[in-house]
Write a protein that binds this ligand. Structure first.
Ligand code: PBG
Length: 326
């Protein structure tokens, strides 16, 4: 037998931990991670969310305890979602300064001024119909929703939010929010735009957590078709033009190609959102002993960064940061 020996040997650079460390192209660290939280009014509350093991709806006091742990771990930011006391057709509670999210923003910034507080801007948690905009005759109204979104964003920055993250997918919301913030002297607060947000079944557990499932129809008239990538680039370029500071792709794992395409199209920082359904799948498989939880999570987070994301919104933030600092 005359089998030729290889002339090139890539395995040389895989021979030891130290050589692998030297040639590693992507590195995930606590400073890349943003932890989302669900906040409700009340005291001493930590209500588990059944489809998201390890994640709870928190009142402001219990939230502060968790944020303190994140600060210790070197996580630079949190994303806050509010679960309101009341809902109506216009989502009025979304801009109410007495509501949980506004109270939480102020409390976190008071206690931990160094951590960045980002808030989600949307109406679906606050409307009785569960849609992300105003509804008339079964249709989601675009332009009439913009003013409400701008009001919500203003209420969050007045409470102290460093950045707002519109996730509603109405056309023109970034420009509307930018104009509103600037007109009230908040020109230094950033906009992290959910620019390429798909109509995804991976949001299922979130809708249980936030009680925000649409009461009729679905979100396909405003969120993007999972089949499209060029359309994502159009969305991203529009949001850049409208003044977005950071561009988000959401969900993450089934959309790594979109992250890559966006990376090659804009020079803005890119975020991706490792969403509730992605989290739930990992937790369920791990609970059954079918996968190595820690390795799977770190592999996934690394893949998101390798695809081109600079930062990752993830419910795994705290556990991942612990493993990374071990
Ligand atoms: C609000 C919003 C959603 C998520 C973030 N902001 C739900 C939706 O669009 O239905 C999903 C987050 C997750 O699944 O973790 N519009």
């Amino acid at each position: 037998m005359n089998i030729p020996y290889p002339q090139k040997r890539p395995r040389r650079l895989r021979a030891s931990d130290s050589i692998r460390a030297l040639v590693r192209e992507t590195c995930i660290k606590p400073a890349d991670l943003i932890n989302p939280f669900f906040v409700i009014s009340g005291k001493g509350i930590a209500e588990p969310i059944s489809s998201m093991p390890g994640v709870c709806r928190l009142s402001v006091d219990t939230l502060l305890i968790e944020v303190g742990q994140l600060v210790e771990l070197g996580i630079p930011a949190v994303l806050l979602f509010g679960i309101p006391v009341y809902k109506d057709a216009r989502g009025s509670s979304a801009a109410d300064p007495q509501e949980a999210v506004q109270q939480a923003v102020t409390a976190v910034k008071d206690k931990y001024p160094a951590i960045s507080v980002i808030t989600d801007i949307c109406l679906c948690e606050y409307t009785d119909h569960g849609h992300c905009g105003l509804v008339k005759e079964g249709k989601i109204l675009n332009d009439q929703t913009l003013e409400l979104l701008a009001e919500v964003a203003l209420s969050h920055v007045r409470a102290g939010a460093d950045a707002v993250a519109p996730s509603d997918m109405m056309d023109g919301r970034v420009a509307a929010i930018r104009a509103a913030l600037d007109s009230e002297g908040f020109e230094e607060r950033a906009i992290i735009s959910y620019a390429a947000k798909y109509a995804s079944a991976f949001y299922g557990p979130f809708r249980e957590a936030a009680g925000s499932a649409p009461q009729f129809g679905d979100r396909r008239s405003y969120q993007m078709d999972p089949a499209n990538v060029r359309e994502a680039l159009r969305e991203v370029l529009l949001d850049e033009e409208e003044g977005a500071d950071v561009i988000m792709v959401k969900p993450a794992l089934a959309y790594l190609d979109v992250i890559r395409a966006v990376r090659e199209t804009v020079n803005l920082p890119i975020a991706t959102y490792n969403v509730s359904g992605e989290y739930a799948m990992v937790k369920a498989a791990a609970a059954n002993g079918w996968i190595d939880e820690q390795q799977v999570i770190l592999e996934q987070l690394t893949a998101m960064k390798r695809a081109g994301a600079d930062m990752v919104f993830t419910y795994h933030a705290r556990e991942a940061a612990r493993w990374l600092s071990d």
